[in-house]
Design a binder for this molecule. Structure first.
Ligand SMILES: Cc1cc2nc3c(=O)[nH]c(=O)nc-3n(C[C@H](O)[C@H](O)[C@H](O)COP(=O)(O)OP(=O)(O)OC[C@H]3O[C@@H](n4cnc5c(N)ncnc54)[C@H](O)[C@@H]3O)c2cc1C
Ligand code: SF4
Length: 508
């Protein structure tokens, strides 16, 4: 006789999840690969395969620890197709109506559990440094929710990179050292890769059969799929890449999409790694003299700063956050985001890398695909759905504030005090994309002018009312106003032509 069901979701693969800590003899853990979760957006096949394989291995490890697990595979004939459906099925099978769950990272699923006619307790997901209450307390009464102030509190709270009350090295933030352009070569072989074992191969076959039409290359598949492997991937990064992480954090290279990035977000978000072990390992590397402070501080800031802050914003802003559209953008996402042809080499390379790896690093997401979508006025909800689909680390609690907030300014400036837009100049400086491009980064109008150059001014001009008074943007508007009137007219009309051609499906 089963006393209670303990729900473990696909991104809750930590042995000390809040719900699992409540496990008592007689309880049954429920895990399920369901069509609703695999299909509410067209996830990248690598992401689905990673999660199913990691879930199966996690279930095995629970069983080895003597815990009863009812695991439903995607192709099990009785599969109810949704998480509430599976809970209802298991509840009926085992004669119980009590469920202990850990709160999902998405409003959609929280609501679905609330609506499910069983006695479900949703416990706080305490894998994070800042609980909902901690973030609310921090945000309460502030006019602006700037990440930097939140981050400093998190440094104090954790003691990471602190010497007493003071930041280690004397500064809170070493970002000014972290903006080096693309190096000629990268002295890092890339993230650790893992040969699929029989269990992973079985999942790959299933995903190949069922998700054949989704955007993304399933094989070769080299992700870690259990905690031991994820730990090795982390050690590999700390040993070989962390020392240069800071310097080249913002750089982009056509030949190497990973540079010195950690490529651990999918493991961290799914529960295979913890923020504590990642940050402690990074801090130790600095204290041992293995990695410089600018690299380690920059890296730790991403995790206890940006990551926690983004989650705080998502839960504070509520379920309608993904529908925000403060700039009123309504164009359709161009086909080239799904692999169609484009002559913009930066976009084409970033999308191709995304298709192959289910990964792009932060600046590719922000300053190439995100920047273009914002400049071109694409409907932010469509942009959000794209990002949620194509990256192996994408879950709404972290993806939405990055996309709707940071990248598309669709929340009206909660996450960012100004929009992240740039002309070709930034991409040209930080990457080697432009050299072989059909367009010219240096050309501002006419034959071969880079679309980023045209759309940059088009964006600023169409949102003048909103941004001209922003102190961080007034100089840009002054430059625009100083331009010859004819030149301004030409830029705007060429930008319009570009947008119209794009909307008609021309290869741009
Ligand atoms: C438009 C856009 C969409 C994004 N969508 C996601 C997403 O769906 N899931 C996701 O985990 N990250 C997302 N990010 C943040 C960031 O791009 C990824 O976390 C990072 O690229 C993951 O690769 P990495 O492990 O090599 O990270 P590194 O560059 O090595 O950074 C280390 C870690 O810091 C954390 N981190 C860094 N930046 C952020 C950030 N802005 N927000 C939250 N965590 C951060 C990640 O956990 C990451 O693993 C997005 C950023 C942008 C601009
Ligand atoms: S020239 Fe323009 S479109 Fe081409 S790679 Fe550079 S920024 Fe991208």
């Amino acid at each position: 006789m089963v006393s209670r069901l303990i729900l473990v979701l696909g991104d809750q693969l930590s042995p000390d999840m809040a719900a699992l800590r409540r496990h008592e003899p007689g309880d049954l853990v429920v895990m399920a690969e369901v069509g609703d979760e695999a299909g509410y957006v067209p996830h990248h096949p690598k992401k689905i395969a990673f999660l199913f394989a990691a879930m199966r291995k996690f279930a095995d490890s629970l069983r080895r620890d003597g815990i009863d697990v009812a695991y439903t595979r995607l192709d099990d004939p009785d599969n109810a197709g949704s998480i509430p459906g599976e809970l209802l099925r298991r509840a009926e099978q085992h004669g119980t109506d009590e469920v202990i769950a850990t709160e999902p990272g998405e409003w959609r699923l929280i609501q679905a559990l609330d609506d499910c006619p069983l006695r479900i307790t949703q416990l706080q997901d305490d894998r994070f440094l800042a609980s909902h209450a901690t973030f609310q307390d921090w945000a309460e009464g502030r006019k602006e929710l700037r990440m930097e102030w939140f981050y400093r509190d998190m440094r104090r709270k954790t003691g990471l990179l602190m010497d007493g009350d003071e930041p280690a090295g004397g500064q809170w933030n070493y970002d000014h050292d972290n903006r080096k352009p693309a190096p000629d070569a990268v002295a890092f072989s890339g993230p650790m890769s893992f040969t699929p074992d029989a269990e992973v191969e079985e999942v790959l076959d299933l995903v190949a059969r069922r998700f054949d039409n989704n955007f993304g290359q399933l094989r070769p598949f080299a992700f870690a799929t259990d905690r031991g492997q994820a730990r090795r991937a982390l050690t590999h990064f700390i040993t070989h890449a962390l020392p240069r992480f800071g310097d080249y954090q913002d750089a982009m290279l056509a030949e190497n999409g990973f540079l010195y990035h950690a490529v651990v977000s999918m493991y961290l978000n799914a529960g295979l790694l913890t923020w504590q072990e990642i940050c402690t390992a990074a801090e130790e590397a600095w204290r041992d003299g293995h990695a410089p402070i600018n690299a380690v501080e920059g890296f730790i800031r991403q995790i206890i700063g940006w990551r926690e802050y983004m989650r705080g914003i998502y839960f504070r802003e509520g379920p309608d956050y993904t529908r925000r559209n403060e700039l009123g953008h309504s164009r359709s996402l161009p086909w080239f985001y799904w692999g169609g042809e484009t002559r913009m080499r930066c976009v084409s390379l970033t999308v191709a890398q995304t298709r192959d790896e289910a990964y792009a690093h932060h600046i590719q997401r922000l300053m190439v695909t995100g920047n273009f979508a914002l400049l071109a006025g694409i409907d932010p909800y469509q942009v959000h759905e794209w990002y949620l689909s194509v990256y192996a680390d994408a879950y709404e609690w972290v993806e939405a504030p990055n996309v709707i907030g940071m990248s598309q300014f669709a929340d009206g400036g909660i996450v960012g005090s100004k929009p992240y837009v740039s002309s070709a100049n930034y991409i040209d400086r930080m990457s080697n994309y432009c050299g072989d491009c059909h367009y010219s980064a240096k050309t501002k109008t006419g034959e071969g002018a880079c679309p980023f150059n045209l759309l940059y001014w088009h964006f600023l001009n169409r949102h003048r009312d909103r941004f001209a008074q922003n102190p961080r943007m007034s100089r840009i508007y002054a430059n625009w106003d100083r331009m010859d009137e004819d030149r301004r007219r030409t830029i705007l009309s060429e930008a319009e032509t570009f947008l119209n051609r794009m909307a008609q499906g021309a290869v741009v």
